[in-house]
Design a protein around this ligand. Structure first.
Ligand SMILES: [Zn+2]
Length: 596
């Protein structure tokens, strides 16, 4: 028998001693000193950094600090996730937060210097051999600084935002954290947290789902006034800042973060709208399978079968390596290394943070995956997903630090790609039609989420801002705007909707990222396009795949698709191919459930 794989990660190779690590404390001390030195260096340099040598020296410092700030943040994430009661880790987390803030302020100073270099001198700088590879990110940084207010005003706005903008998100989190939802399950009264209640909404028992949904709506109705305040004020802050900067579209910031054009976004939604009738056909069939005329909001996530297959951790690892290998041998090799060398924290034990993530240590050039593995099919898919993220990072290690930052819309490319490989293999290898149906249904539920649920969030957010420009929006109006958005996005296919969804969905309250919705759908469909290409081209696609991932931090998404897929992302045709591939599963689902 071969030795079982480790299920706890090895953090000691990063910094020995966990939250007591002396080495980590020394690392932070040096980092703090270097940030202070860079700050002083920038203050000394007067009006500009026109000399190529001086400019390059500062760029080198910025990159060296950036990787270490990331390294420190990743270490804290891992410590606090593996043991939520690690108090010293929390204290260290506070110190790392201050370090990040200090570095952020230095970066604003640096941007001021970039602005001070005039056009011709700027071109000369970028022509330098060492700076050329950074041209995209340097130009972007300079342009973004140009489009904002003066550095003094931006610094002031940032400082005020801590208690005047981001605080609304904190308030919202506090409201959700203290909420309980009282439900009766099996004759027993229970006080559930929001997360627990949400899990019960996918119960196989319709009466349970209906009951929990009713109580859920009641609970959010009670908090609607507070949530409406939070949403109105954080939205108002955003609009006021945009107005001062002279920005007229609310999509400008999220599109710029995602390095994409509005045309691209419009084309994507159009391609989805073109196939909404297919999704409606699926929802209608599902209603029939559940024995109802029309699905309720709370039926969409209901399971259609109950095939439970447990997969041991070692089996999951073997499965992942085997299927990765069919697409890209270096992905398989990488995953094997991650399993063997303790890059994954998978153990099912109390005291861990819920959920899963992947984080990276740029100084060590290693990643770590966090999750709690309990043997379900969705655990296998999470494991593949997070390893996809880790692989993405792996192919980027040799790039300059400034070229390693990619936005949320492309961040999910490699992870979704990895998930698709596993999901398709599972459907193909299903033992019988019942098992196949459950697996297909799982995929279709995510398609409904990406094409309908997230579409509704996008429509809502756009309409909310239009209304907010005219003044405060009441909770009742928010309900109405939400329900209209849901009806539109679901093509009226459901019997009822969730009007309080604007309150119950945390994503509307994330201040650092407006429109925290369409990047999900974008990422899924872009990944689908890449996957389709991989299926077409077979193993010869592997090096092209790696090259595409390497460019995710230094190209506009339209250029990324043009360069690596030879496709025009601003057209509906590009997106239609991906959408059609996704909805192809619906045909199979309808065929398997024909006699229902
Ligand atoms: Zn992910």
């Amino acid at each position: 028998m071969t030795k079982a794989l480790p299920q706890r990660w090895d953090m000691d190779v990063i910094f020995p001693g966990g939250s007591e690590s002396e080495e980590f404390r020394a690392f932070l001390g040096t980092l703090e000193g270097d940030i202070a030195n860079l700050k002083a260096r920038l203050e000394q340099s007067g009006a500009g950094l026109h000399e190529t040598a001086a400019f390059k020296e500062v760029v080198t410092h910025v990159q060296s600090i950036a990787v270490r700030v990331r390294q420190a943040g990743a270490f804290i994430s891992c410590l606090t996730a593996q043991n939520v009661k690690d108090e010293p880790a929390k204290l260290l987390g506070g110190r790392v937060k201050s370090i990040s803030a200090a570095f952020g302020a230095v970066l604003t100073r640096w941007e001021e210097k970039l602005l001070a270099v005039d056009g011709d001198a700027w071109e000369d700088l970028l022509a330098d051999e060492a700076l050329q590879p950074l041209a995209f990110v340097l130009n972007e940084r300079r342009r973004r600084a140009q489009e904002k207010l003066s550095p003094e005003q931006e610094v002031l706005a940032n400082d005020l935002a801590v208690d005047g903008y981001h605080a609304w998100q904190d308030l919202y989190n506090a409201v959700v954290g203290r909420m309980t939802i009282e439900v009766e399950v099996n004759g027993e009264t229970k006080q559930l947290s929001v997360g627990q209640a949400s899990n019960l909404m996918s119960s196989p028992d319709r009466a349970v789902r209906a009951h929990v949904f009713e109580k859920w709506n009641e609970a959010w109705g009670k908090e609607a006034e507070l949530c409406a305040q939070a949403l109105n004020h954080l939205g108002g802050f955003r609009l006021a800042l945009y107005r001062h900067r002279g920005w007229d579209s609310v999509l400008r910031e999220p599109l710029d973060i995602g390095r994409m054009q509005e045309k691209t976004l419009d084309a994507m939604w159009q391609a989805i709208d073109n196939r909404k009738d297919r999704l409606v056909a699926y929802l209608e069939r599902k209603a029939k399978l559940l024995g109802v005329d029309k699905l309720s909001w709370y039926d969409v996530g209901a399971p259609v079968g109950n095939v439970h297959k447990e997969v041991s951790y070692d089996e999951a690892a073997a499965l992942i390596v085997e299927h990765f290998n069919r697409f890209n041998p270096s992905m398989a090799e990488f995953a094997q290394k991650a399993f063997d060398e303790g890059w994954i924290e998978a153990e099912d034990r109390p005291g861990k943070r819920p959920g899963g993530f992947c984080t990276s240590f740029p100084v060590s050039k290693q990643s770590r995956v966090f999750m709690t593995y309990a043997g379900s099919a969705s655990n296998v898919s999470t494991l593949a997903h997070e390893l996809g993220h880790a692989y993405h990072q792996q192919v980027m290690w040799d790039l300059p630090a400034l070229n390693q930052n990619y936005a949320m819309n492309v961040a999910e490319t490699a992870s979704t790609f990895a998930e698709m490989i596993l999901a398709d293999a599972a459907v193909k290898n299903a033992a019988n039609d019942d098992e196949k149906l459950v697996l297909l249904e799982d995929k279709l539920q995510s398609i409904v989420a990406f094409f309908m649920n997230i579409h509704a969030r996008f429509i809502f957010e756009k309409n909310f801002y239009e209304k907010r420009k005219e003044g405060l929006v009441s909770a009742a109006d928010l309900d109405r705007i939400m329900e209209e958005a849901q009806k539109q996005a679901y093509n009226g296919a459901l019997a009822d909707y969730e009007p309080h969804f604007w309150a119950s969905k945390l994503h509307f309250y994330i201040t650092s990222y407006p429109f925290y919705n369409f990047p999900y759908t974008f990422g899924y469909l872009f990944s689908m396009s890449v996957y389709a290409r991989a299926l077409e081209e077979g193993e010869s696609f592997a090096p092209k795949y790696d090259a595409l991932l390497q460019d995710t931090g230094r190209l506009m998404v339209e250029d990324l698709a043009k360069k690596h897929l030879g496709e025009d992302m601003t057209t509906v045709e590009f997106w239609q191919k991906a959408v059609d591939l996704a909805v192809a599963d619906i045909d199979e689902f309808l065929r398997l459930t024909e006699e229902a």
